[in-house]
Design a protein around this ligand. Structure first.
Ligand SMILES: C[S@@+](CC[C@H](N)C(=O)[O-])C[C@H]1O[C@@H](n2cnc3c(N)ncnc32)[C@H](O)[C@@H]1O
Ligand SMILES: [Zn+2]
Length: 200
């Protein structure tokens, strides 16, 4: 018997123009569909830092996704296709946290062949290197591309600052995580908010 279209896989992994591998819709994905859960080994922030300790600081590549101040998912260990979803500045998906699990959801209807993307919203740190924007340069190709996988820089002025912090709070635990930095203080010395703000 012929398989119904709805039973075909939702997506496929193949080379992407953005970076390395990407995830592409294999059939139409309706707005609001939960596309996939971000799976992998659940580790502490210290363990995630240790895993990337020897990495070239100019290499931005990670499979880490922050769940909260205690937990990071390492998609590189026991992960699934979700780890290949690239960042987009005008994305068709978003990541959501539910009961400490991370899901990727379509925020508009996605046509077959379209690459899936969500905004990594990688947070900025006080001890970022001067070339952090270069390291995390975005190649999503969107007309609205902000040029960086990092969250937008805060604008000077009270209102702008307030807006940014509100947004960061809402998105906490929903973003891709930077790899460890050698000069990074121990997690216990870091502000709590910082630990829960990064995503893959
Ligand atoms: C979770 S992986 C995504 C899959 C990745 N393309 C691969 O083949 O392993 C995240 C990494 O992909 C790269 N990446 C994802 N989106 C990007 C973008 N818009 N621009 C540049 N690099 C991107 C970065 O190196 C990032 O750390
Ligand atoms: Zn972009």
């Amino acid at each position: 018997m012929k398989k119904r279209a709805s039973r075909l896989p939702l997506f496929e992994v193949r080379h992407s123009r953005i970076h390395g591998y990407g995830v592409f819709a294999a059939r139409r994905i309706r707005k609001g569909t939960t596309v996939i859960e971000y799976l992998g080994e659940r580790v502490s922030h210290d363990e995630a830092d240790a895993r990337y300790d020897d990495k070239d600081p100019n290499d931005n590549h990670t499979f880490l996704f922050t769940v909260d101040s205690k937990t990071v998912i390492d998609g590189g260990v026991g992960g699934n296709e979700a780890r290949y979803i690239n960042h987009g500045c005008d994305p068709n998906c978003t990541s959501t946290a539910e009961k400490k699990r991370i899901y990727v959801e379509a925020i508009r209807t996605i046509q077959p062949g379209e690459e899936l993307a969500y905004d990594y919203q990688i947070e900025r740190d006080a001890d970022d290197p001067h070339n952090v924007d270069e390291i995390f340069a975005c190649r999503c190709g969107a007309a609205k591309c902000r040029g960086s996988m990092l969250v937008a820089r805060r604008k000077a002025g009270k209102a702008a600052g307030k807006k940014v912090s509100k947004r960061a709070g809402k998105k906490a635990g929903k973003t891709v995580r930077k790899a460890a930095k050698k000069a990074r203080p121990a997690a216990s010395e870091r502000p709590r908010a910082e630990a829960g703000r990064r995503g893959p």
